[in-house]
Design a protein around this ligand. Structure first.
Ligand code: F1P
Length: 346
């Protein structure tokens, strides 16, 4: 996170510089729509990016899977900015989506971790995530770095399109400066998650619920658990629970709820009550202070307060740690999960 941040923020001048992106004010002025495309974990970053960019830049953002994009005959033109996101920079379906963009004349850029990879060579510009090599197959630090890169991209685009002034920008940058300390705080408390891991490691199914910008983080939390511990897990938008998954809830079902402070908190609380009324076990990640209505303290993990746009980073880290600890207890190979490839090139 620190390296992603350092590569783009000029603290002396209070500016964001994305030189390798190759998109100046004139380029930005010609853009009417942004498409964010990726696969797997990187797709979840795209979903978060939509919330950030639409809010910061007031421009429509479409999100699609690399594996689906080209099959729907996407409407693209010279006023579309297509941004592909990938840890490896080699994922075949993401490459095919970028190719579709190039053929239809869209402005094509990439957010990638691996320097000089295929997507970088194809796109007209890049933001490197600078996350360093991912040792394991499942994407973890690359994901949080992608979220920071999207935050920086949103701010850069907002400034270049005249949506954000210097003073507002410096408040956003300040939030970012404080992020690593908050992540360290969570890492230092990882032991708090091991009790949860021990109690729930033998469950067959997990449900993850989030709302708003934390909905994609619920999907990502579930994906990490699936990938490394082989437990079936589903992520859902909390408001959709009553449209189906509520039928699954019983005493055997842990439900991980992501509770961001602000307008959606009370709505999440009513989801918690719905789960508890059916005997489900709630594991709550709660931003800010503990709330007695949520459940017993041993099933809670507190998340440091942050701006709504950076909360996804802070909620992701304990979800990754929980998946990791459960996987270790179950004896699976965390770095090399069965059937998974580091980059899916065919
Ligand atoms: C996409 C991805 C990863 C996943 C696994 C397989 O890769 O689905 O999210 O963890 O490694 O590939 P990428 O395009 O981000 O490299």
């Amino acid at each position: 996170i620190i390296d992603t941040f350092r590569s783009a923020v000029d603290l002396n001048r209070g500016e964001i510089r994305l030189d390798d992106l190759n998109l100046d004010g004139k380029g930005v002025a010609g853009i009417r729509k942004i498409c964010l495309i990726a696969c797997g974990t990187s797709y979840h970053a795209c979903m978060v990016g939509k919330y950030m960019i639409e809010n910061m830049c007031r421009i429509p953002v479409e999100v699609d899977l690399g594996s689906e994009f080209r099959y729907r005959g996407p409407l693209l033109g010279q006023d579309t900015l297509l941004v592909v996101i990938s840890q490896s920079g080699e994922t075949a379906d993401t490459r095919a989506a970028l190719q579709e963009g190039l053929e239809k004349g869209a402005v094509c850029r990439a957010i990638v971790n691996v320097v000089g990879s295929s997507l970088v060579r194809m796109a007209g510009g890049v933001i490197y995530t600078h996350a360093g090599p991912e040792i394991g197959v499942a994407s973890t630090k690359a994901f949080t770095a992608q979220l920071v890169a999207l935050y920086l991209f949103g701010l850069y685009f907002a400034v270049a399109s005249g949506r954000l002034d210097r003073q507002e920008l410096s408040a956003y940058i300040q939030e970012l400066i404080e992020l690593p300390r908050k992540v360290s705080d969570i890492l230092a408390r990882s032991e708090e998650l091991s009790g949860l891991a021990r109690r729930f490691m033998n469950c067959r199914d997990f449900l993850y619920l989030g709302r708003g910008i934390l909905y994609p983080i619920a999907l990502e939390g579930a994906l990490k658990l699936k990938e490394i511990s082989y437990i079936h897990a589903e992520g859902y938008a909390a408001g959709e629970m009553k449209h189906g998954p509520i039928a699954l809830i019983d005493e055997q079902m842990p439900v991980v709820v992501l509770m961001q402070k602000g307008p959606l908190f009370e709505k999440m609380l009513s989801n918690v009550q719905e789960v508890k009324a059916r005997g489900g076990q709630v594991i709550a990640l709660v931003e800010g202070k503990a709330d007695e209505r949520i459940g017993p303290p041993e099933n809670r993990f507190l998340i440091p307060e942050s701006s709504p746009w950076l909360a996804p980073v802070l909620f992701t880290v304990p979800l990754q740690l929980l998946a990791y600890q459960i996987a270790v207890l179950r004896g699976t190979d965390v770095d090399q999960p069965r059937n998974l490839a580091k980059s899916v090139t065919v």
